[in-house]
Design a protein around this ligand. Sequence first.
Ligand SMILES: *[C@@H]1O[C@H](CO)[C@@H](O)[C@H](O)[C@H]1NC(C)=O
Ligand SMILES: *[C@@H]1O[C@H](CO)[C@@H](O)[C@H](O)[C@H]1NC(C)=O
Ligand SMILES: *[C@@H]1O[C@H](CO)[C@@H](O)[C@H](O)[C@H]1NC(C)=O
Ligand SMILES: *[C@@H]1O[C@H](CO)[C@@H](O)[C@H](O)[C@H]1NC(C)=O
Length: 367
Amino acid sequence: MAAKRLIFLFFSFPFLLQFHFAAGQNSVKAAYWSAGSEYPVSSINSTLFTHLFCAFADLNSQTNQVTVAPANQARFSSFTSTVRSKNPNVRTLLSIGGGSSSPAAFASMASQASSRKSFIDSSINIARSYNFHGLDLDWEYPSTPTEMNNLGLLLNEWRTAVNNEAARTGTLRLLLSAAFFRNSDYYTLVYPITAIRNSLDWINVMAYDFYGPGWSNVTGPPAALYNPGTQVSGNYGIRSWICSGIPENKLVLGFPFYGYAWTLVNPNNNGFFAPTTGAALTPGGDVGYGQIRSFIAQNNATEVYNETVVSNYCFKGTTWIGYDDTQSIRAKVTYCKQNTLLGYFAWHVGADDNWILSRTASQTWGS
Ligand SMILES: *[C@@H]1O[C@H](CO)[C@@H](O)[C@H](O)[C@H]1NC(C)=O
Ligand SMILES: *[C@@H]1O[C@H](CO)[C@@H](O)[C@H](O)[C@H]1NC(C)=O
Ligand SMILES: *[C@@H]1O[C@H](CO)[C@@H](O)[C@H](O)[C@H]1NC(C)=O
Ligand SMILES: *[C@@H]1O[C@H](CO)[C@@H](O)[C@H](O)[C@H]1NC(C)=O
């Protein structure tokens, strides 16, 4: 046993090192930066990441072109040079769409070859003129079989266009990624797996927002890694993507740098799946990790880590918050490594508290 392990180490270590230098792209330690957070780009500690996503560019539903809102143009066009000043190796991707964009506009754009071309050509132009290294699609969500099929057409055509542009201009080709639902099916609709596998460098699996006061009247682990007896967990989602045919090295697990706060019906019934009367602290109950740490400190709240589920929660009186603290982040990044996933990403970098979660993730991956 011991001899076997030694041999494995002996051979695998130089191989891994070599792979590191040759590919330079064999891991993704990433986070999104959200323009809406108003977190200053210049404050991002980019040494903790290999990739940063700049969110979000918009889809103009009239022209089907990718645009950047006037209020975002200065920050987006200097994003890459700003984050590279601290880490010259970090790569940046412009993320298009997001949770508050119109899924109907994406569905319409993807439905015709001519509008897909407008989208694709404008996305490449904007990525190049703003000096991004790649593009990221965040269409939440295709919601008919036809839309899923059109997503596949879009991805295939995007890949061809990106390859052609690199060949034509002699530049390093743009990276292409997309943020998808936690599972390889969006409820009953299956994602276009072959197109995804062939066209994207990787996919960001949004393994969060499982429970929140907007859609659950009981508390719950908002980004559980495991959730026995349900299909609502990061592990279930990652398994579904692998079973559908996406290789592990194209999967990037997402986790939240925020949690959800509920008001408990009974302060003494304060575990998972406890009845609530709705959101606490903010209208939607969403609270950034930094605010959660302040809440705990100011209220001397009780903190719990459930390692079966891989989720943290805290409570004080009738206020209950589910979130990911360092233990959850460490367990999830370890999971990514053990399952040979490409990496992890966080939404979003401005919600961290003094780089605690970003550093925990980076160190866990690196050690
Ligand atoms: C950024 O992170 C690195 C690595 O943990 C650390 O050495 C450095 O002090 C951090 N910088 C800031 C400004 O927090
Ligand atoms: C919570 O939601 C479930 C399902 O939506 C519903 O059946 C139940 O009555 C609700 N409970 C409360 C206390 O509102
Ligand atoms: C904080 O709460 C714990 C129990 O949860 C208690 O033992 C401790 O005295 C409290 N500290 C303060 C400063 O209120
Ligand atoms: C963790 O959460 C699960 C699911 O609610 C529960 O069954 C289990 O008892 C919890 N573990 C601990 C140690 O509280």
